[in-house]
Ligand binder design. Structure first.
Ligand code: ZN
Length: 116
């Protein structure tokens, strides 16, 4: 049970998803967060140490983007199942304000806090 505008939320999720996939591509990763641009990366840097540091940083960014993407996919899946806005952990409704602020929320504030 939620009073969130589902059409609006889905649109926001779709937009965010598109943006994330584009960012992943720009970083040389595919949609699953798999880094595919390693060779190019190596060539782009003369200094191997700098290249490694840069690559690690990129991997971290990719991992973060992937986490966001997973959240979005999970939220979209919930929409399809009609359980959007319900915390996946405790089954309680997620606060509307939270969903509006972050449409990819799949956990309520307290479950999210204890998960991380
Ligand atoms: Zn919860």
């Amino acid at each position: 049970m939620t009073f969130v505008d589902l059409d609006r939320a889905r649109k926001a999720l779709d937009n965010e998803r598109t943006a994330l996939v584009r960012q992943l591509k720009e970083l040389g990763a595919d949609e699953r967060g798999v880094f595919t641009g390693e060779m190019e990366f190596e060539d782009a840097f003369a200094d191997a140490g700098a290249a490694t540091a840069e690559r690690n940083e990129t991997r971290t960014i990719i991992a973060n983007l992937k986490t966001e993407l997973d959240d979005i996919d999970a939220a979209l899946e919930q929409m399809d199942k009609g359980t959007y806005g319900i915390c996946v952990d405790c089954g309680e409704p997620i606060a509307t304000a939270r969903l509006e602020f972050r449409p990819n929320s799949t956990r309520c504030v307290s479950c999210k806090a204890s998960a991380s």
